[in-house]
Design a protein around this ligand. Structure first.
Ligand code: FPP
Length: 235
């Protein structure tokens, strides 16, 4: 007898905002704005689908290399989003977490992030984890340094280091590994996202551009996931 997989955690690489805008003869930043609107809709759909954790790749460490205009526009959008949308999401029993290198972000944005995390800490329905200024290799390097320091300080023996030691030193220490990773826009890459955490994650790639990604498509993916065979290396 086969049993259906249950899905606790969905991670998404929200790609294709720029192409979505270009197809409409609009600037890239218009695509990001539509992408941010879709974040709100999809977060609601996740709650309705009973998903407990949603991790969104909003801004990668590599995204700092985009043009100053685009980075400024994304930061401006993020600022608005932290003020309005996330506040509303939080008021709907959603816990908000951020992962990434915070010291790259402005003090104003960091303060708002800390406020949302603090105020939503007791919310229970869904955890929305936003990857901001996030890079998985950088996260792993930071974890290695943390572990090395413990060894140097005599708090940990090298022989005591396990996969749990590494998991517990990552930004994601409080959340389970993703069951599903979705990348929109037709690209089939992981792009420095959750490299350690996605060891046994099921991948789904769709040609849909992020602003068009819908609840219906999400439900189809979750259904397809339920029927996939997950063996975790066993036979
Ligand atoms: C990829 O599209 C998307 C991003 C780099 C940013 C994702 C941001 C959002 C969805 C909006 C902001 C989110 C929050 C939480 C406020 P792209 O620009 O790489 O598109 P392209 O590949 O078509 O050029």
């Amino acid at each position: 007898m086969t049993t259906e997989n249950s899905c606790t955690h969905v991670a998404i690489i929200m790609d294709g905002n720029g192409r979505w805008a270009r197809k409409r003869g609009m600037p890239r930043t218009y695509g990001h704005r539509k992408g941010a609107e879709n974040v709100v809709k999809i977060t609601r759909s996740m709650k309705e689908s009973g998903i407990r954790y949603l991790t969104l790749y909003a801004f990668s460490t590599e995204n700092w290399q985009r043009s100053k205009d685009e980075v400024d526009a994304l930061m401006q959008l993020l600022n608005e989003y932290l003020d309005k949308e996330l506040k509303e999401i939080m008021d709907n029993n959603v816990r908000i977490l951020f992962i990434g290198e915070r010291n790259m972000l402005s003090p104003g944005i960091r303060e708002k992030m800390a406020f949302l995390e603090r105020e939503s800490a007791q919310n229970t329905e869904l955890t929305l984890c936003i990857a901001l200024s996030y890079g998985s290799r950088q996260e792993i390097v930071a974890a290695v340094k943390r572990i090395a320091k413990k060894v140097a300080d005599g708090e940990l023996e090298i022989s005591q280091i396990t996969t749990d030691t590494v998991s517990d030193a990552l930004y994601t220490k409080d959340i389970p590994d993703p069951d599903i990773l979705i990348r929109t826009s037709g690209e089939k890459r992981i792009s420095n996202y959750l490299l350690w955490q996605a060891a046994y994650t099921e991948f789904f790639f769709t040609d849909t551009l992020w602003p068009d990604f819908s609840k219906e498509e999400l439900c189809e993916i979750i259904q397809a996931f339920k029927n996939r065979e997950r063996r975790y290396g066993k036979n």
